[in-house]
Design a protein around this ligand. Sequence first.
Ligand code: HEM
Length: 395
Amino acid sequence: MPITYSPFNESLWKDPWPTYKSMRESDPVYYIEEFDAWALSRFEDIWQVSLDKTRFTATQGTSPEALLLDPNSPPKTFLFMDPPHHRKHRNMIGDRYTPAAVGTLEEEIRATTRRALAPYLTTGSLNVNALVSSVALQTIADYIGLEMDEITYIRSLIDTYYTREAGHKGTTASGMRAFEEAAAFIHQLIGKYRDQPPAQNSHIYTWLNSAIDDAQMTDDEIFFSIFALVITGSDTLPLTVAATLYYLSLNEADMQAVRDNNALIPNAFAEAARIDQPTNILGRVLSEDVEMHGKTMKKGQPVLFLYASANRDEREFENPEQFQLHRKSRRSLSFGAGQHFCLGQHLARLEGKVILEELFSQLGDFEVHRDQSKRIFGEFLQGYCYLPISFKPLP
Ligand code: HEM
């Protein structure tokens, strides 16, 4: 049967796996006629393209919407830069994300988690995504230099910006209004932080006070850097922690093994990020013609990386459709690869580990309500966006 694939096909959002499998098997370099673009679905292909520093550019955006629907150039931030600018801009804040720097935050993240968890302990139930989101927001707010009420407001606008409507491709009119409101609000904050500088180790302080090649960052560049860090710092962690509990709950022995031995948590988290990768699709634009599997992709055409498909590629992973708690993966695309690999990967792993440790130690035997869970409705991210659990409340 011929494959028909579009990232905006709503019927795929709930269960993309059979289509991804067919694409990997019979059409790994898939031409999307409607957008004159390509979709790569195999692990090795996306891995190689991610390592290619010259023939693919991020300067025209990386999300499916930016690549396929939006003719405007994306804002200037390192996420949408190529070498050598990319490295210089990323390095402005990169030293705060090294394993050593992140490691110093463990107790702070644990204290944040305990504060977030406390109000639920007497109620007997919670939504995993809401809990993790509040920890992720507090953590990235401290990195950026924002107050909690400021980041919570920005996050609520981002949620509207991401809300998709059936039958409409990409951002809705109310989503666009939310984006404009976020832009106006963040511009106002930048003005405030020029007068009352935030902590010296915060990103805002760095962005306001450093120059690259003698050029200061403009307010617009600082705005979008803040916006992008709020998104990347808080979108994917709740999905991955929810996926970890969802997949562990499928097998009582797995759940018990992790309960008995918390040292297994990092592997459970990594396996959840593999089997249900939240960054479903990102991509680049070709800066040269490239041939792959007998097809010629032309300069200027967008190329989508179907990350979530790659992480279930049977050429890379044995029994990829199975959640295997003890899996030892040789490579992973869960955090990308090459120059744009995830800046926050060590932070995300630490946050995931601490939050899961706290859930196991504080809630006792909790039940995961998979039947009430919900998956995201949209083209860019995927996974469980609502996962309730219940437990015996404290008296
Ligand atoms: C489990 C959680 C996470 C997952 C699965 C994840 C995944 C990814 C992936 C796949 C990319 C590559 C994007 C591309 O190909 O263009 C990426 C990039 C990025 N991630 Fe994450 N991420 C996570 C958490 C975080 C956190 C907590 C932060 C906090 C700062 C973060 C910040 C970033 C940034 C800034 C980039 C862009 C890097 C660049 O363009 O140089 N991520 N992430």
